[in-house]
Design a protein around this ligand. Structure first.
Ligand code: C5P
Length: 238
């Protein structure tokens, strides 16, 4: 059974900025689950993943792989050896590619990190899908179909907007994970996010993990903001 949790998006440009932020959490009993994206990984390489793991954090390595199945399989084997806890691919890479990713990720003892897929990026509009990608379907139908493909390939779930989590659960079952960015406190600043919701509402709709960046990283007191997020989403401060 997967435990609902808050994942902090560590969208920092360097190891120095990241560790300055993480040092704030040194006294916290439970180390926050962290998301490392392309910017930080490409800047600092695997060393930053190892160091953050050494400090006791779980890591969602958000590199969104999308290539031919064989390449993705081999790349996933490398990420698996890095001992991350969650990684992802683009569902648009097809069921075959997702199966290959899963194979590459699975260690000799059968264990593996969670593997989820990006359906349609929230930056892709229905209009662009039709005009540029020649996908003649609604964005919601595309998201549900990509989620179904992801499930058929044997992955654990998808990244989607919290507002889409209910629809994905209805199509793929309650046990299919939804990892959702686009979360803001009710009294917070939306920034550039459009389709947003609060941690409490994300929980009601059915998110398993919320990915929260600036509401925590840019807060005057990031530890207090993290605690508030956990209290609203998980229902308790552990
Ligand atoms: O700062 P904020 O809470 O908006 O950060 C959200 C994080 O989730 C960022 O790392 C962003 O890149 C990521 N993300 C997103 N929307 C998606 C996919 C990923 O906001 N559809």
């Amino acid at each position: 059974m997967i435990q609902r949790d808050v994942i902090i998006a560590c969208d920092f440009k360097s190891a120095e900025d990241t560790f300055r932020f993480l040092d704030l959490f040194k006294a916290e009993q439970r180390k926050p689950f962290l998301k490392i994206g392309m910017e930080l990984f490409y800047a600092e390489g695997p060393a930053i993943v190892r160091e953050i793991k050494r400090r006791g954090h779980r890591i969602f390595l958000d590199l969104k792989l999308h290539d031919i199945p064989n390449t993705v399989k081999k790349a996933m084997a490398v990420l698996s050896r890095l001992d991350v806890d969650m990684c992802n691919v683009h569902a648009a890479g097809t069921i075959d590619m997702m199966r290959a990713a899963l194979e590459g990720l699975t260690r000799e003892d059968g264990s593996r990190p969670l593997l989820i897929a990006v359906t349609q990026l929230t930056s892709t509009s229905e209009e662009r899908m039709r005009r540029e990608l020649l996908i003649d379907a609604s964005i919601n139908d595309t998201i549900v179909q990509y989620a179904r493909n992801t499930k058929e390939a044997g992955l654990d779930g998808v990244v989607c907007s919290p507002l889409e989590a209910g629809m994905v659960k209805a199509a793929c079952g309650a046990g299919f994970l939804t990892v959702t960015p686009g979360v803001r406190f009710a009294d917070g600043d939306a920034g550039d996010q459009v389709r947003i919701t609060t941690p409490a509402r994300a929980r009601e709709i059915g998110s398993d993990f919320i990915v929260v960046g600036r509401p925590i990283t840019a807060a005057a007191d990031p530890v207090a903001a993290y605690r508030r997020c956990v209290a609203e989403f998980v229902g308790e401060m552990r």
